[in-house]
Design a protein. Structure first.
Length: 358
């Protein structure tokens, strides 16, 4: 129903406009009596028992313990979809094992000029140059305080556009301290292509210092919260080896592979359309293969026990299985959620149960 009826209607409208409309729609119906339970019934793998939901033995097989956290299933929502933590409760009802908010910055910022989000239907992809548009970390915390769902939440943090790289730690520090009581883990985003100069923080020395400093913040707290790094798919082998070295040296808790790509190779969309769209990070099906390659490389270099979250081009259950087989412990979706619909989470989890029992 989604792909044959709803998606064609939604795709008639500008991507960012329909994104905001969908948020308002979900928020409105989230208040309606019984609707959250109906959504859980339709989209979650949980079994209905009496007036609530519980796990069956098979469904418990989806649980993953990683980073000292028990995830009810390995399928999460990637950062960027609910940047400002506006729909934590509503999105949790769709069966996600965890939700990552952000990227959040200390101060609110509008992001880049519109239009800044573009669909590539022929390639099942998106190009975005949002530029860390968000209402600021304090506004997100105000919403997190009032959430009802117990879904696991990750905090993806970055720096404001006007903050020079030499002062980037101050922004990450502010975000960490503000979010600390309200999220389960942190992700340092140094790999978005849409904030000028941000990817320079992936270079060896700046990255080593930034990770070390943020990890020290977490160690100083009564309860340590895991620190992960999100990397770009465009790093070459030498750069990936540098990342591996730094992850080990700083004892960073995990890595998320990957962010969007600046590559435009092997697209079906015409070159003139791509040129007209301009700069931005490409996500969706064109990223599937490269993201899996990066995951496989990291797993070989980091060993069997190092936590890896795989993201990038997961459009089908098989895409998710391939990333898990390549070495990911958990996966995240974003563009697949838009193109394939909310049923994708349940489809992946059911396929995982089936594969486990095969």
């Amino acid at each position: 129903m989604y792909k044959s009826f709803l998606r064609p209607i939604l795709f008639l409208f500008a991507p960012e406009s329909i994104h905001h409309f969908t948020f308002k729609f979900l928020k409105f119906f989230g208040y309606a009596p019984g609707i959250p339970y109906l959504i859980k019934f339709l989209f979650s793998v949980r079994s209905k028992v009496s007036f609530g939901f519980t796990y069956s033995t098979q469904e418990r097989s989806l649980e993953r313990t990683l980073l000292g956290i028990t995830f009810p299933n390995p399928v999460g929502l990637a950062a960027g979809f609910d940047k400002d933590a506006k729909l934590i409760d509503e999105l949790a009802a769709f069966g996600f094992g965890f939700i990552e908010i952000g990227t959040l910055t200390p101060k609110a910022q509008p992001g880049n000029e519109k239009p800044r989000l573009f669909r590539l239907p022929k390639d099942s992809g998106l190009i975005n140059r949002m530029g860390f548009n968000n209402g600021g970390v304090h506004a997100a915390v105000a919403r997190l305080r009032s959430r009802k769902s117990k879904v696991i939440v990750g905090g993806n943090i970055g720096k404001n556009k006007i903050t020079p790289n030499e002062k980037a730690f101050e922004d990450y520090n502010t975000c960490f301290e503000t979010l600390y009581p309200y999220v389960d883990y942190f992700v340092l985003n140094v790999s978005s292509p849409n904030t000028p100069g941000l990817r320079e923080l992936q270079e060896k020395e700046p990255l080593r210092k930034l990770l070390s400093d943020v990890i020290a913040l977490s160690k100083a707290k009564p309860k340590y919260k895991p620190i992960l790094l999100k990397i770009a798919p465009d790093l070459n082998e030498a750069q990936l080896n540098d990342v591996v070295e730094i992850l080990k040296e700083t004892k960073t808790d995990g890595v998320i592979a990957t962010n969007t790509t600046i590559s435009r190779t092997a697209l079906t969309t015409s070159e003139s359309e791509i040129v007209a769209i301009g700069n931005g990070g490409l996500s969706g099906k064109p990223l599937t293969k490269r993201a899996t390659e990066v995951i496989s490389f990291l797993r070989k270099q980091l060993g069997p026990a190092y936590p890896i979250i795989g993201v990038g081009g997961i459009m089908t259950a098989n895409d998710a299985l391939e990333k898990l087989e390549a070495g990911a412990d958990l996966v995240q979706i974003y563009t697949g959620f838009i193109y394939e619909g909310p049923g994708l989470v349940k489809t992946i989890n059911k396929q995982l149960i089936k594969a486990r029992n095969a």
